[in-house]
Design a protein around this ligand. Structure first.
Ligand code: OGA
Ligand code: MN
Length: 295
């Protein structure tokens, strides 16, 4: 059908992020369109689809075109109607702003730190698709870092220093980062997850590009290194990877859909005044197909 030829592609940043116009995600997209989207996704790592007023069910159907969907361990953040919908929102389902001191807000507040989704799993997420339902005008933008570019920009000696290192990731580390959250006994009602190890350098299964695999909110340390040395090296890599030249900042409009590849990017939310500003985002998370491939 010729409507598929109308897909317009534009870059949003020199290193990461592309915008796709001319696709209606309320429709059940064909395999051909799915392939086109996938091709652009692999090229840009982060895709933006403006003006997509989709329902949660349409969101789920679109996500399923790219794989099976995760059910997030935090029960408190799942939509009561669809367990695949993870609510990244400071507004509860009754429409009230969630108080700052609750475990539920403290948990979400951790998205303000750089991370990749589900890095606490043996098989971390492949990608995530976020629907901006009620978006912010001041703060609340989302930043995405290209971790292939930051790997490639390392010197040869830095590359060999990190080659073959393994990082310990722990879901509970997220909770320990929040002074309030670590004090709350039930920690927001989530399913406990065991620690996992992931390579610090990984290879993307589709593009074959190497990237640094870091997710600051689950990284406990580096295997075989003292806590201080491991932390020191990870902090240096985080600083390197989050330089502006590797980062696209997405300024949300309502009904933007943003889709990112968790295998080669990380992201964080820019702070906003969550006591007065409402922000409602719904996410589906695509299950990873394999453990990260060591690079
Ligand atoms: C996420 C997340 C980004 C945002 O959904 O994985 O980190 O902009 N949130 O809310
Ligand atoms: Mn996230």
């Amino acid at each position: 059908m010729n409507e598929y030829r109308e897909i317009e592609v534009s870059a949003l940043h020199p290193k990461i992020g592309g915008k796709l116009d001319g696709i209606d995600l309320q429709e059940n997209i064909s395999d051909e369109v799915r392939e086109k989207i996938h091709e652009q996704w692999m090229r840009f790592m982060v895709l933006v689809f403006p003006n997509q007023a989709i329902s949660d069910e349409q969101h789920i159907a679109f996500g399923r075109k790219f794989g099976e969907l995760e059910v997030h361990p935090s029960v408190a953040h799942r939509s009561s109607r669809n367990k695949e919908i993870y609510r990244v929102s400071n507004v509860d389902e009754a429409g009230e702003i969630i108080p700052q001191e609750t475990a539920s807000w403290q948990y979400l507040n951790l998205t303000w730190l750089w991370h990749t989704d589900s890095s606490f799993r043996q098989i971390p997420s492949l990608g995530s698709i976020l629907h901006g339902i009620e978006t912010t005008r001041s703060g609340g933008n989302t930043l995405f870092a290209n971790l292939c570019e930051s790997y490639e920009a390392l010197s040869d000696s830095q590359k060999s220093e990190i080659q073959d290192l393994w990082v310990i990731h722990d879901h509970d580390y997220i909770l320990s980062l929040s002074p309030e959250l670590s004090k709350i006994p039930e920690k927001g009602d989530y399913t406990p997850m065991p620690q996992v190890r992931h390579p610090l350098v990984r290879i993307h299964p589709v593009t074959q590009r190497k990237s640094i695999f870091i997710s600051p909110h689950t990284m406990v340390g580096i295997e075989g290194m003292s806590e201080k040395d491991g932390r020191g090296l990870l902090d240096e890599l985080i600083e390197h990877a989050t330089q502006e030249k590797f980062v696209y900042k997405h300024q949300w409009q309502n009904d933007d859909i943003v889709m990112w590849d968790n295998r080669c990017t990380m992201h964080c939310v820019e702070p906003y005044d969550n006591t007065t500003t409402r922000r409602i985002m719904h996410r589906v998370t695509i299950v990873g197909e394999e453990k990260p491939i060591p690079g």
